[in-house]
Design a protein around this ligand. Structure first.
Ligand code: NAD
Ligand code: FE2
Length: 465
């Protein structure tokens, strides 16, 4: 009896001492607390790193990369506007110089939809590519991620990997082909994330696919490309960086997010704020504060434009692991319900509220609402963006950050609220309906919210100044 007790005791000790990382442990039961009880909130977070190569003119190396990996049939994706511009020319030159065989797909839709994703997927399925190269903003990179994913899972139904509850949210288990992303905006950070966003037409709201499996193999971040961005593309993609940084820094902490995944494969890419993402997000915000206005106003300001390009990478790594919350969740129906608004400088043949604009328009109302849950972080953000916080009480963190953001937007000549992009009070129910299924991100709001709260946030965002 004593011997059996001793063996049991030894086994317990061994289990406690065993390495618990996913690579070495197959006995560790994820989701169980140390005492074996089932936890309702998560207790761990993962930092998935992103491979980035940064440098002026570094695009010239891409042909060598593809040659090094033995690629024989490469899919080059872009949009019709960029197909005529220097970033695509630089990639083509490198492919030609290194004798890389490729086929170009230049029909990516700016702000992609499920139909435009499916067209790109069909192109990829028909051509048996062994590597992918995406040259463009988030629209191109996201479309290329989806094309690679479904070409490598020919049996899958389109909704299989789309986020639940809109899609089935199945984990991706197969292996994808290498994808090199060359971002030309500054920007979505899509070159760093395992996320692909599209407008789901029947829902009139965006949704996406989120899995570390679709993260690009390498992001080739060449700041020379950002010199070609027109002013409003620089402004709107910069607002996306601003909101990625602010939302990930103020997101619900990872250990308050529920449920605790029963298996690590179920742990979402967007996990809530965490100490490692915080470093990336805070730094991105500092760069935005220092350089964004210069980068928007002067396309030849190389220091400012290249700094913003790096900021989009910093923010991408931060939010790619921590997630975003209400500005993004509420932006998806703002883009999806667009009526006739056509953003200046966007060379497209359809109405569009660009992503960065759709997220930033609600930001003053959103951060005013979330501030009571973590006032220190909201105060710190306001301070980074230039506000004097020395005499400010914690209770005033929300109004202060909201005012700071309004000033920032006004200086950059942003449209005066949702009213200025075609929305009115009658649209609020549809905007709320389109936000409700965005749980993947809205659940990361630090403050719980009802449908009435969402209505009030949309209402408060109709006019900013
Ligand atoms: N995957 C992610 O993690 C993630 C994150 C945020 C946003 N997104 C998605 O990304 C999309 C928005 O991407 P975006 O803001 O990068 O813009 P975009 O890709 O939609 O491009 C906007 C416009 O700018 C043009 N353009 C891009 N780069 C240019 C350059 N260097 N010179 C001249 N013109 C240029 C394009 O041709 C297009 O007309 C949205 O669909 C959004 O939902 C994805
Ligand atoms: Fe975004």
């Amino acid at each position: 009896m004593a011997g059996r007790d001793r063996i049991a005791d030894l086994l317990r000790k061994l289990a406690r001492a065993a390495c618990r990382c996913p690579a070495h442990s197959n006995t560790f039961h994820q989701g169980g607390a140390a005492n074996g009880a089932v936890r309702s909130t998560d207790y761990a977070f993962e930092m998935a790193c992103s491979n980035i190569r940064y440098g002026e003119g570094v695009t010239r190396e891409i042909g060598m990369d593809l040659q090094n990996m033995g690629a024989r049939n490469v899919c080059l994706m872009t949009d019709q506007n960029l197909a005529r511009l220097p970033p695509v020319k630089a990639v083509l030159e490198s492919l030609l110089k290194n004798g890389v065989n490729y086929k170009m797909y230049d029909k990516v839709r700016v702000e992609p939809t499920d139909s435009s994703f499916k067209e790109a997927i069909a192109f990829a399925k028909n051509n048996s590519f062994d590597a992918f190269v995406a040259v463009g903003g988030g629209s191109v990179i996201d479309t290329c991620k989806a094309a690679n994913l479904y070409a490598c899972h020919p049996e899958a139904d389109f909704l299989d990997f789309v986020n639940a509850p809109i899609g089935k949210g199945k984990p991706i288990t197969g292996v994808l082909k290498p994808l090199m992303a060359v971002p030309t905006t500054a920007g979505t950070g899509s070159e760093t994330t395992g996320v692909a966003i599209f407008d789901f037409e029947e829902l009139k709201a965006k949704t996406g696919i989120a899995s570390r499996a679709i993260k690009p193999t390498l992001g080739i971040v060449d700041p020379l490309h950002t010199l070609h961005m027109p002013e409003r593309v620089a402004a709107n993609s910069g607002f996306d960086v601003l909101c990625h940084a602010l939302e990930s820094y103020t997101a619900l902490p990872y250990n308050l997010r529920s449920p605790c995944p029963p298996n690590p494969v179920n742990r979402p890419a967007y996990q809530g704020s965490n100490p490692i993402s915080d470093v990336w997000s805070r730094h991105a915000l500092q760069v935005v504060a220092k350089y964004m206005k210069r980068a928007v106003r002067d396309p030849e300001d190389m220091e400012a434009r290249s700094s913003m390009h790096l900021a989009s990478v910093f923010a991408g790594i931060g939010f790619g692991n921590a997630g975003v919350h209400l500005c993004h969740g509420m932006s998806y129906p703002i883009s999806g319900n667009v009526k006739t608004y056509r953003a200046k400088d966007y060379n497209v043949d359809h109405p569009v509220v660009p992503h960065g604009l759709s997220v930033v328009l609600t930001s003053p109302a959103v951060f005013n609402f979330t501030a009571p849950m973590c006032p220190e972080r909201h105060l710190e953000a306001a301070q980074i963006l230039g506000a004097d916080v020395s005499q400010v009480k914690r209770a005033d963190a929300g109004p202060l950050l909201a005012d700071t953001l309004r000033d920032f937007l006004y200086e950059l000549q942003v449209e005066d609220g949702l009213g200025a992009v075609g929305y009115g009070a009658d649209d609020i129910p549809a905007l709320v309906r389109g936000t409700l299924p965005q749980e993947r991100v809205t659940k990361l709001s630090p403050r719980e919210h009802s449908e009435e709260d969402l209505s009030r946030l949309f209402e408060a965002s109709m006019k900013l100044y």
